[in-house]
Write a protein that binds this ligand. Structure first.
Ligand code: PLP
Length: 401
């Protein structure tokens, strides 16, 4: 028999990049060279010194022992849906619909897939979490960037967003608190973005997966609460604030004009039914997370605040690097100020020479002509300090080359 010809992947996968995971290959190369790796690249608290709150684990285990191990209803179990509904109302959102998914990731996939046709576009933040551009690439739709800038403290500019809208634009993605910049968006900016969506008849996708990880005096505001007349899908889940990313439990909350949203909501449910259900037993952790003891949260926020402070201080002490203070989530997005430096090259060399693993800024998109990298400040302070010392030493050499 003739040799089997190469199995050609679909063209739609060609534009899919996921820098956060791709960087692992460089890290493996560094490990082979004998470097001690310090991981400042993984947005998973469980990889560091954080633990899933016990009541969540117990609720999932209890459900398993009670044989709640069949498929659930496709949108999720009632007691979890009701807990999410009450939580939404506490945040000023009146849900039209709720669907529980395999992580917020699947909710984002459903919400985009149910809306955009090939050739449509959605406005996405650059820098931004790369899942949105990956899903849009899969849908043969355009991820149309709007840029976030340090000068604005990484707040989005509603006028720029409006200027990016064209006849094929269907929605606007917001990530608040933000990955990778750590920004928390102000009420004024959110109200102005809602006005853009209202004027241009767009759906807002508001990713609020870090909503309870806010460090300073900012209040986290859900845009859906400011714009009850605008179609909004708000994403959240157990991965970040409830320290259970491996549970793979998330959800989407649809709010806005119920009548206008009817067909769209039905399309989302078709997608949910087609994949049967998300993990059944783990959904029982949702009511416990949202309405049980929140005692884990203040110490987590305090621990992250200290790590944020150290990160902000040490990064800004490095000549050639500057960093806006992150105000939420667990990421910083420092800028390489030395002209002509490629962030990819900087990060690759950094990993290979020092074992400090960060992700290049272009993996998240960035304003053309700027160079950044993303730091995860989940590791303990002594690890962060060691990493930033190595980084300072490396930058001193790299910038002189
Ligand atoms: N949205 C943002 C902004 C994220 O940073 C992440 C994970 O890093 C996700 C969604 C994925 O969440 P989940 O684990 O619930 O799928």
């Amino acid at each position: 028999m003739a040799e089997f010809p190469p199995v050609k992947p679909a063209r739609r996968t060609e534009r899919i990049e996921y820098a956060v995971r791709d960087i692992v290959l460089t890290a493996e190369e560094a490990a082979r060279r004998g470097r001690e790796l310090l991981f400042l690249n993984i947005g998973d608290p469980i990889q560091y010194d954080f633990y899933t709150p016990r009541p969540l684990v117990e609720a999932a285990c209890k459900a398993m022992f009670e044989n709640l191990t069949g498929y659930s209803a496709s949108a999720g179990v009632d007691e979890a849906l009701e807990a999410i509904r009450r939580e939404a109302r506490r945040r000023g959102i009146e849900p039209v619909d709720i669907f529980i998914t395999t992580g917020a990731s699947e909710a984002i996939d459903f919400a985009l897939t149910a809306l955009v046709n090939s050739g449509d576009n959605v406005l996405v933040p650059f820098p931004g979490y790369p899942l949105y551009t990956a899903i849009l690439a899969k849908l043969e739709a355009e991820a149309r960037p709007y840029y976030l800038r340090e000068e604005e403290g990484w707040q989005p500019d509603p006028e720029e967003i409006a200027s990016r809208v064209n006849e094929r634009t269907r929605g606007i993605v917001l990530i608040n608190p933000n990955n990778p910049t750590g920004a928390v968006f102000s009420r004024e900016v959110l109200a102005a973005i809602a006005e853009v969506a209202r004027r241009h008849r767009l759906v807002i996708f508001s990713d609020e997966i870090y909503d309870k990880l806010v460090f300073d005096e900012d209040e986290h505001v859900s845009i859906a609460a400011l714009a009850p007349d605008v179609p909004v899908v708000t994403f959240n889940g157990l991965s970040k604030c409830y320290l259970a990313p491996g549970f793979r439990i998330g959800w989407g909350i649809v709010s806005g004009p119920a009548e206008a949203l009817r067909d769209y909501v039905e399309a989302i449910h078709k997608l949910a039914r087609a994949r049967l259900s998300t993990s059944h037993p783990k959904q029982y952790a949702i009511p416990v997370a949202l309405e049980g003891d929140q005692a884990h949260l203040p110490p987590v926020v305090e621990k992250l605040r200290r790590r944020r402070d150290l990160t902000y201080k040490m990064l800004n002490e490095i000549p050639g690097i500057s960093c806006v203070k992150p105000r939420g989530a667990f990421y910083a997005f420092p800028r390489i100020e030395v002209p002509g430096v490629s962030d990819r090259e900087f990060v690759r060399e950094l990993i290979l020479e020092t074992g400090v693993v960060v992700v290049h800024g272009s993996g998240f998109g960035q304003l053309p002509g700027t160079a950044h990298f993303r730091v995860v400040f989940l590791p303990p302070e002594e690890v962060l300090a060691r990493a930033f010392e190595r980084l300072a030493d490396f930058a001193g050499r790299f910038f002189k080359r």
